[in-house]
Write a protein that binds this ligand. Structure first.
Ligand code: SF4
Length: 373
């Protein structure tokens, strides 16, 4: 039985991880650019899902669809796919492929078909699966996040408990790379519960990778602003190559931050900025404009903070997209004010702002292509 993986730039890291997990069960995933017999697997997010809906519903092979969109909207996705993987795929996907190959109809946990649904009953321990094997990807070191930011799918998909890959497994997996990059919701939270940092464990991790060019606290392993301190930046300075630190601010308004349940203040963001500059590091700071809660003045407050940040750093700006499964699902994005648009345009022209505050599809597809390993 031939099992295929539909090539989608955004899902390249999922392909690497799931291909490795399938390999552990003796299954090879073949990358294809259109559905092929016998089985074709997809990983969809909410922006690219509309582009693949038709292709999946017309496919003449068996289709298996997972990813953040399918996990949140499995009842919708199973209308046009044969099987939907709900939640993490490392255990579920090989078990489902084995079920299909054996002719059984007993779904493994974490799968929905048109006729039945078995909700997930497990979570994946990262060290039980290699982060990648033949298909290379970034090394995922942590899964799960204790914060519940209103717009984010991570806690819904991976839960609120942080699960970390063991240091010796990370060291072994990354031997094939000269440049090492990680996937994590917060690089500085490695080894901790996400709230009480364990910089001793971060140091142990970084020391274990001596001799390699380490990129930590920058794409795709951003950090949270309140984790930036002299001690954490000392670690990055002494062990890593990057001189940029990427963290999320999202809004310049404390009221909006509280409603988003971000767990930090606008002052924390400026403190993080100052510490980065004191360490001669360039802060790259994420913002979301058009958040449902913000007033016109609060949108302008975000831009005022962005202007402060761009004196010595850069901003990465997105227009709010309501994602299914999140507390803000179904809420409409606010319009970006004309004066805010002009200001963002000015920052972009000066090379100080990136991202897309115009069109979510442009943002996702362009960034997908720019940021592949
Ligand atoms: S945005 Fe970051 S900190 Fe907030 S829930 Fe998502 S992963 Fe966690």
């Amino acid at each position: 039985m031939k099992v295929n993986w539909r090539s989608i730039p955004w899902a390249k890291n999922s392909f690497a991880a799931l291909s490795a997990a399938c390999e552990c069960s003796g299954i090879t995933l073949h990358e294809v650019s259109a559905p092929e017999n016998d089985i074709t697997c997809y990983s969809l997010n909410s922006v690219n899902e509309p582009h693949f809906r038709e292709e999946i519903s017309r496919a003449e092979c068996i289709t298996i669809v997972g990813g953040p969109h399918s996990s949140a909207c499995w009842e919708d996705v199973r209308q046009y796919a044969d099987y939907v993987v709900i939640g993490e795929g490392e255990f579920t996907l090989p078990a489902l492929i084995d079920m299909i190959a054996s002719g059984s109809h007993t779904l493994p946990a974490g799968v929905a078909s048109k006729e039945q649904t078995v909700m997930p009953n497990h979570c994946v321990l990262l060290s039980s699966y290699p982060p990648f094997t033949i298909v290379k990807g970034y090394t995922e070191i942590t899964r799960g996040c204790p914060f519940g930011c209103g717009y984010c799918q991570t806690p819904q998909l991976f839960g609120r408990n942080m699960r970390h890959r063991r240091i010796d497994d990370i060291e072994r997996a990354t031997r094939v790379f000269r440049d090492v990059r990680f996937v994590t919701p917060n690089a500085l939270a490695y080894g901790s519960d996400g709230i009480h940092l364990r910089l001793d464990k971060v140091e142990k991790l970084l020391r274990s990778l001596t001799g390699r060019r380490i990129f930590f606290g920058t794409f795709p392993s951003e950090v949270r602003p309140e984790c930036i301190s002299d001690a954490s930046l000392d670690l990055i300075e002494s062990h890593c190559e990057n001189r940029k630190i990427h963290f999320g601010a999202q809004s310049g308004s404390n009221r909006v931050l509280q409603l988003l349940r971000r767990g930090h203040t606008a002052e924390d963001v400026m403190r993080a900025y100052d510490i980065c500059r004191a360490h001669a590091m360039t802060p790259v700071v994420d913002y979301i404009v058009g958040l449902p809660y913000e007033s016109d003045e609060e949108q302008r407050l975000s831009v005022a903070q962005m202007k402060e940040i761009t004196r010595g750093g850069k901003v990465h700006v997105h227009h709010f997209t309501p994602l299914p499964g999140t507390p803000l699902a179904g809420m409409a994005a606010r319009t970006i004010l004309p004066d805010v648009q002009r200001e963002l345009g000015r920052m972009a022209l000066n090379g100080k702002a990136t991202g897309s505050w115009i069109d979510a599809e442009v943002r996702f597809f362009k960034e997908d292509e720019d940021q592949l390993p």
